[in-house]
Design a binder for this molecule. Structure first.
Ligand SMILES: Cc1cc2nc3c(=O)[nH]c(=O)nc-3n(C[C@H](O)[C@H](O)[C@H](O)COP(=O)(O)OP(=O)(O)OC[C@H]3O[C@@H](n4cnc5c(N)ncnc54)[C@H](O)[C@@H]3O)c2cc1C
Length: 482
């Protein structure tokens, strides 16, 4: 018969344990919260002078804006549950619908056109749809239609999204519809995207339906009837989530130290630049892949360098006095055909988020221009702040189809990010499984964050919760003598 659990002893044990969480991005803060909730003594060490990591808020032209992540996917319900738990559900907002969707720019012979609705990663279900034909033309539509008559067995199981789309639907669908989406969303070309990771079920649906077009129609239909699939944001910006996490941690007695770059993990303590050491019965490493590997490698068998470095992305946020943008000429934003612009994407923030539109003076607008993919360094790299703003403004002019002059600039800010390798890149799932296995061999050590969980808060939050639960269990139930 198993022994009864002594709850008082468990609680006392939790209170006697110290955990250091390395990294104060959302992953680190959520892991810290999961541990602090049960009474564990938690310290969060963050290298930067502010918390949040890729969720970065800041002031531009007197407005408090998101400079990094600006929303979360509702898929899975994990981020929403966290927001509710933190008591800030009243801040949840949905993107405005009045502006229409996103556009695609740089289409040869066409320029800019609305991104067709209802597809999957840009792959249309019906190539003759008016909105699809506008982008790929009649010849592109007929070429895509060949998919319906091609024998399905010629593809079998295709791993590369790019190869699947090109072989079934042709170059125009690939270059004009799918590449803008993968470049904008995953910072990667379609060739490097793993179909099974980016569009689970698509390969099987191709086999079932006998065509890629049929498969996309079936999956988009299923998604329409399933809950989720949308994004939400927070009034005041996603920075509110970081502030609420920090406030809750402080209420629970956790210690948060910024400006503390961790340089080594040793047995029983964590060292920061400058020499301070923090005692730790366990550690959760919640930093980007490069620093995570450098910290964890000396403790076990993990390689100290990432197999592939993630893309560097620069986001230039511009506040412009431009009443011409009141008409929301390109909906909520623009993706570009790779090679046609130096920028990969633009978000018309004041068209997308009502709370931002309400905050700006009449005629003023906020646009965010993003540069840099896995295949191309950001064109703004090496430019000074003003130079980056002028380039971003010129790109915004072309993408929005509205002349914007530097004299209209009310404020600008450039932020640089090293993104983790998107989870849907070919080979990434195996690399992550291998890394997790090696990390689990290190006693009392956990790791979380976008490089393991996949990019996006909808992935980062549940992964941090699960990893904190694993460490909690190890701390409370491992035999101290063993
Ligand atoms: C421009 C951009 C836009 C995005 N937009 C969205 C979006 O709209 N929706 C969405 O869901 N996701 C979005 N994402 C992705 C999402 O923001 C990230 O996946 C998520 O925030 C990553 O959280 P994290 O905790 O894993 O890592 P990070 O946020 O990268 O945090 C890691 C932290 O560790 C710190 N650190 C590093 N080294 C050390 C060290 N040695 N010692 C101590 N601290 C250290 C860093 O300073 C950083 O604060 C976006 C990402 C970017 C870059």
């Amino acid at each position: 018969m198993s022994e009864p659990v002594d709850l008082v002893a468990l609680h006392e044990r939790a209170q006697s344990r110290r955990v250091v969480v390395v990294g104060g991005g959302v992953g680190g803060l959520v892991a810290a919260l999961e541990l602090a909730k049960i009474g564990v003594r938690v310290t969060v060490l963050e290298a930067a002078d502010r918390l949040g990591g890729a969720v970065r808020s800041g002031e531009v032209a007197g407005l408090a804006l998101d400079l990094g992540a600006e929303s979360y996917a509702t898929r899975g319900g994990h981020v929403r549950a966290l927001i509710e738990d933190l008591g800030i559900a009243d801040l949840v907002v949905r993107p405005g619908t009045g502006a229409g969707g996103a556009w695609v720019a740089g289409v040869p012979g066409v320029g800019a056109a609305p991104l067709p609705k209802g597809g999957l990663l840009g792959i249309p279900g019906n190539p003759f749809g008016e909105d699809v034909r506008r982008v790929i033309g009649w010849s592109g539509a007929w070429r895509a239609y060949l998919d319906r008559v091609k024998p399905v067995l010629t593809i079998g199981h295709e791993q590369s999204l790019g190869r699947l789309v090109e072989s079934r639907l042709g170059k125009r669908v690939l270059e004009r519809l799918v590449a803008p989406v993968t470049s904008g969303v995953y910072s990667s070309s379609p060739e490097r995207i793993d179909v099974d990771a980016a569009a689970p079920g698509l390969n099987a649906a191709v086999t079932r339906n006998g065509s890629l077009l049929g498969a996309v129609l079936q999956l988009t239909e299923e998604r329409r009837s399933a809950p989720g699939g949308a994004v939400e944001g927070l009034r005041g910006g996603m920075g509110r989530l970081v502030a609420a996490l920090a406030a809750r941690l402080e209420e629970l007695g956790a210690e948060i130290v910024t400006g503390a770059e961790v340089v080594s993990l040793e047995d029983g303590e964590v060292r920061v630049e400058g020499g301070d050491a923090y005692p730790a019965d366990a550690v959760v490493v919640a930093v980007e892949e490069g620093p995570a590997r450098r910290l964890l490698a000396p403790r076990g068998s993990l390689a100290p360098e990432p197999p592939v470095a993630g893309p560097v992305v620069e986001v230039v946020t511009l506040v412009v006095d431009a009443p011409a943008l009141d008409a929301k000429p390109r909906g909520t934003g623009v993706l570009t055909v790779p090679g046609s612009h130096t920028a990969k994407a633009l978000t018309h923030v004041t068209a997308k988020w009502e709370w931002v539109a309400e905050a700006v003076p009449a005629g003023a607008h906020v646009v965010r221009v993003s540069f840099g993919t896995a295949d191309e360094a950001p064109a703004t790299e090496g430019l000074d702040e003003r130079g980056a703003a002028v380039l971003a403004l010129a790109e915004a002019s072309r993408m929005l189809g509205v002349d914007l002059d530097p004299s209209q600039l009310l404020g600008q800010r450039r932020e640089r990010f090293r993104q983790s390798q998107p989870g849907s890149v070919i080979g990434h799932a195996d690399a992550v499984a291998d890394a997790r296995r090696r990390i689990r061999e290190i006693p009392n050590t956990g790791a979380t964050g976008a490089w393991l969980a996949g990019t996006g808060l909808a992935q980062v939050v549940p992964d941090a919760i699960a990893e904190a639960a694993r460490i909690r269990h190890e701390l409370l139930f491992a035999d101290p003598a063993g």
